[in-house]
Design a protein around this ligand. Structure first.
Ligand code: GTR
Length: 409
């Protein structure tokens, strides 16, 4: 049935530039009340908080503060993983005083290192044990498997093609990941499972209209995990790149916006609700995304179904919230559902904030580059890879190159 909704929505969608409605993008440097932002101080004290609040209350939903009883435990550690090239750790992040509510972070650290290393950190779709054939990765516990409502256990290593662990180790990067279902399952369960119920007020059974959906919960958990990384002396926490493919790309962008400890943000095919401009209403639209994934955003976001022009922001301003940190936006030629051009334009229209406020080069282009021609000169990088909606070796090669540029100067 899920597939049926998608096919229905995809068949109804507009894919033609000439059918895009007329729109004016909000100017990231103009406040809601019309006043202009000229200085770093005005940006930091006025406009950034205003935009953040708007995205929070109208789109992703407000998440709670980090739990005060949050604590960590290293569950397993193997200094001789992957034939000796890496140290593998599994760390639980407990959200309450007891050891009952937790999610597990899987971490690989290159053994060839001197001192703390930079980290790539992102969510996975099918379970930590699916990112590699490494037999040392624990399967989720039977209780967890029950919680995840898996019909069957996804096979070990099934997603390995998307996770070039050896390549990252060779290049001196650590890698960390969390199974997103370990935070909040990716289906509409009226927020009965996952982290939401842990934070309900007395008598509350559902997040309020402006409170966190599933994507905000994923981003929040990544921010919680960052607190663990700060205790891990092998990880350079001033060099953490938060990344994500597709729905996890949306989560990575929101994590970067809400937690400025993330030093780099990578959006791979994040599409609607991610890097793509909503007002273009091409491919996946707000209405389509809210229909297919009613749990991703807060309820307020539904006000904008087929009313993109009434949004008090657009997605270029989500990119602007990341400034002045380096951001990589990537698309794929066959991924029209995600609107590659809208992803590119977000970078273009976030650029004034990078330039005028921070004196940094943003995305230095007006026209989309040809496929497989990365633009990596500025703080906002962009490429459109030939091929389908995916994260590939090609994409990873670019991300490492970009990270080298910023983290190894
Ligand atoms: C699609 C969804 C997209 C994107 C994608 C994914 O079905 O419409 O917004 O997030 O899933 O996560 O692969």
């Amino acid at each position: 049935p899920k597939d049926t909704i998608f096919r229905y929505l995809a068949s109804k969608a507009n894919y033609e530039e000439e059918n895009i409605p007329n729109y004016d993008l909000p100017n990231p440097l103009i406040m809601k009340n019309g006043s202009t932002i000229n200085t770093l101080k005005q940006w930091n004290q006025k406009r950034r908080p205003e935009l953040l609040r708007l995205f929070e209350t109208e789109m992703f939903g407000k998440a709670p503060k980090h739990p005060k009883d949050m604590h960590f435990k290293i569950l397993t550690e193997d200094k001789n993983a992957l034939g000796g090239i890496a140290t593998r750790k599994e760390v639980s992040v407990y959200l309450t005083k007891s050891d009952k509510h937790y999610f597990t972070v899987l971490i690989y650290i290159p053994n060839k290192r001197s001192g703390a290393v930079p980290l790539f950190f992102g969510l996975n779709f099918k379970g930590n044990h699916t990112i590699s054939l490494d037999p040392g990765i624990s399967y989720p516990t039977p209780e967890k498997q029950k919680e995840f409502l898996w019909k069957r256990l996804p096979p070990r290593g099934i997603a390995a093609a998307r996770w070039p662990i050896e390549m990252l180790m060779e290049n001196g990067y650590a890698l960390a990941t969390i199974y997103r279902g370990d935070i909040d399952p990716d289906f509409d369960d009226a927020f009965k499972n996952g982290v939401h119920p842990l934070f309900y007020k007395k008598g509350q059974h559902h997040p309020a209209n402006d409170e966190w959906g599933t994507i905000a919960a994923w981003a929040w958990a990544m921010s919680c995990a960052m607190n663990y990384f700060e205790t891990d002396k092998d990880i350079n926490t001033s060099q953490v790149a938060v990344f994500g493919h597709s729905r996890h790309g949306k989560a990575a962008l929101w994590a970067g916006a809400t937690d400025q400890r993330f030093a780099m943000i990578i959006s791979n095919c994040s599409g609607c609700g991610g890097a793509a401009l909503s007002r273009r209403a091409i491919g996946e639209t707000i209405q389509a995304i809210n229909q297919q994934f009613p749990h991703w955003f807060c309820r307020n976001f539904r006000k904008y179904n087929s009313k993109e022009n009434t949004l008090p922001f657009d997605q270029h301003e989500l990119i602007a919230l990341l400034a002045p940190r380096p951001v990589y936006i990537a698309s794929a030629t066959e991924d029209q559902w995600a609107d590659p051009k809208g992803e590119f334009l977000s970078g273009v229209h976030a650029t004034p904030v990078y330039e005028f406020i921070f004196g940094a080069k943003g995305l230095d282009a007006k026209e989309m580059p040809p496929s497989d021609t990365p633009l990596q000169d500025g703080s906002i990088a962009y490429h459109i890879r030939s091929g389908r909606h995916d994260i590939t070796q090609y994409d990873w090669k670019q991300y490492v190159k970009f990270a080298d540029k910023w983290f190894r100067k």
